[in-house]
Design a binder for this molecule. Structure first.
Ligand code: ADP
Length: 541
């Protein structure tokens, strides 16, 4: 019996007039039914909060009106529907009884004089019903626990899967830079494509675990959805091209503005485009359209692919749902993309729907978002092209994942940087006695001295301004705040794009000032002029 305590199996009796309570207790006890007689409502409330299997009340116990009881019953947890037995007068049709019937939920009437057999059988069936409620409670708790463990597992899995990807990405870039063997390039392309796919899956896993734990925050601004569509096409372009699909893009000449997170909405549309590419046989047609319709902005992604059976249209958005999980096309997916898409769209107060005339008839996904009234859009400044080089930069790399540290070290060295690699904070601090880095690339979660502590030390002990880059598996807003607080200039999430890291290092301003003839990349890594930032050198404490 899934009782949490003995109290949960007992009958609480409140029958303030006459000898009812005493008589009932005697009968229940002689039938081995646990019970407790309460003197008044206050005692009953106190006892009930310790656990109760059923309430046995006399009609008099409900006079004057007992609003607290009804409120307490209304506030029960979802699994609970406490059985109440009410002793009434013979032939009673009193207002009290009528009111109790209307307000007290799981109520049975026992008409006086009550025969012992009727009393015992009613009490027993009330307790049996209560036991089933406890069983449901147990089941719900188990499920909650399992869900929590699943969410934690997904978060850990995604985080751990990221780690090996960082050295792999570095090694690919390294191979490419060091070898003139013509066979290496196509091999690098394969490696790159496959690890990109891994990164995409890991990112999806990461997102889904954040979503289920309510940990995704949007960065809302006024955006033109045409930019969202363009970004999405850039992201999923390679998939569409690889399958030799024709892509038709229809964008209106005027901006279609919404309040939204451009990164998340682009992710939604690129998921839809990737699905269209995946679930359409090679050489198919995909059309993406953006338009305003009344007070909505509408993005439609249509394909002439394998289509979706009517029975599956409602469930394709469910987590881990795949129409035919054994179809080879489902491979390379986890059934997460559409769940993410729907959640993100709903977070934008929009909706997403799927249509299909059936198998082989193609599919259309439609995203609707609340349109902002036409407004002048500020044009974002185009990102400056970086031609900067990392040659001669002095870089300290610290990561307790030795492969990641070594691979990045080799890669930087190959591009001409002067590199020191350390696998922990203590060694790093020793290294900087005779090696003053201009840039330090630090992992955050390390045993012993963490990346955060190391950053603070470096800020204190290096004579001039060192540019600190956090390179970590932790990419949430909260992690970024922590790293900024510790003094990091940049926060990159593993596996980082080599070009991005290269740009940050190349444009770093270190003790020697901006090195060589490198052009600034517009990131403002430390300062926009070539002058060094000496504030820390003159006032290190
Ligand atoms: P997956 O990673 O499996 O693609 P999604 O959540 O993106 O996960 O999609 C869920 C399922 O919906 C897919 O497995 C597929 O069966 C179906 N589906 C999604 N998009 C399309 C489409 N454009 N055409 C046909 N089926 C689709």
């Amino acid at each position: 019996m899934p009782l949490a305590s003995r109290e949960e199996g007992r009958v609480l009796i409140l029958a303030p007039m006459g000898k009812d309570a005493v008589l009932i207790r005697r009968e229940l006890e002689s039938a081995a039914i646990d019970c407790h007689v309460c003197r008044d409502r206050a005692e009953l409330s106190a006892e009930a909060s310790n656990g109760v299997g059923a309430l046995l009340l006399s009609e008099e116990a409900l006079v004057p009106a007992w609003n607290d009881l009804a409120a307490w019953l209304d506030g029960q947890e979802t699994w609970s529907d406490l059985p109440i037995l009410l002793l009434t007068h013979a032939g009673s049709s009193s207002l009290v009884v009528a009111d109790a019937l209307a307000r007290l939920g799981n109520l049975s009437l026992l008409e006086r004089p009550v025969r012992v057999a009727a009393l015992l059988s009613t009490v027993r069936s009330a307790l049996r019903a209560r036991e089933r409620q406890y069983a449901i409670r147990e089941h719900l708790r188990e499920r909650e626990g399992a869900n929590l463990r699943k969410d934690q597992f997904l978060a850990t899995l995604a985080h751990e899967l990221r780690n090996p990807l960082a050295p792999i990405a570095s090694c690919i870039a390294l191979l490419r830079a060091r070898s003139s063997d013509p066979l290496i390039e196509p091999i690098c392309e394969i490696l790159e494509r496959q690890s990109r796919q891994m990164i995409r899956l890991v990112d999806d896993l990461m997102d889904v675990s954040r979503i289920t734990r309510g940990k995704i925050a949007l960065r809302l601004e006024t955006i033109d959805l045409a930019d969202v569509v363009r970004t999405a096409i850039e992201t999923s372009g390679p998939l569409i091209e690889a399958a030799e699909h024709q892509l038709e893009v229809t964008l209106p000449s005027r901006p279609v503005c919404v309040t939204g997170d451009v990164v998340r909405l682009s992710q939604v549309v690129s998921n839809l485009l990737a699905n269209a590419a995946k679930y359409t046989d090679a050489g198919g047609r995909i059309a993406v359209t953006l338009r305003s319709e009344g007070s909505d902005a509408v993005i439609e992604v249509a394909d002439n692919g394998i289509g979706i059976p009517a029975s599956a249209l409602a469930t394709v958005f469910d987590l881990f749902a795949q129409v035919n999980a054994y179809d080879e096309r489902a491979r390379g997916g986890l059934g997460i993309g559409l769940t993410l898409a729907r959640t993100m769209v709903q977070m934008h107060e929009g909706s997403i729907t799927a249509r299909s005339a059936g198998p082989g008839q193609g599919s259309t996904f439609e995203v609707r978002l609340p349109l902002l009234p036409q407004a002048g859009m500020a044009q974002p400044a185009p990102a400056a092209e970086s031609r900067a080089s990392i040659a001669t930069r002095r870089v300290l790399v610290v990561d307790d994942n030795r492969d990641a540290a070594d691979a990045l070290g080799f890669l930087l060295g190959t591009h001409g940087a002067e590199v020191r690699v350390a696998y922990d904070g203590t060694t790093a601090l020793e290294a900087i006695r005779d090696f003053v880095p201009e840039v330090a690339v630090l992992d955050l979660g390390m045993p012993g001295i963490t990346g955060f502590e190391l950053a603070r030390h470096l800020r204190e002990v290096t004579p001039a301004r060192v540019v600190l880059i956090a390179l970590t598996g932790w990419g949430q807003q909260h992690d970024r705040l922590l790293s900024a607080e510790a003094g990091f200039d940049h926060h990159l999430v593993k596996p980082v794009e080599w070009a991005e890291l290269q740009r940050l290092i190349a444009t770093a301003v270190g003790p020697k000032g901006r090195g060589g003839d490198d052009a600034p990349a517009g990131d403002g890594a430390a300062s926009t002029s070539g002058a060094r930032d000496t504030s820390r050198a003159t006032n290190p404490g």
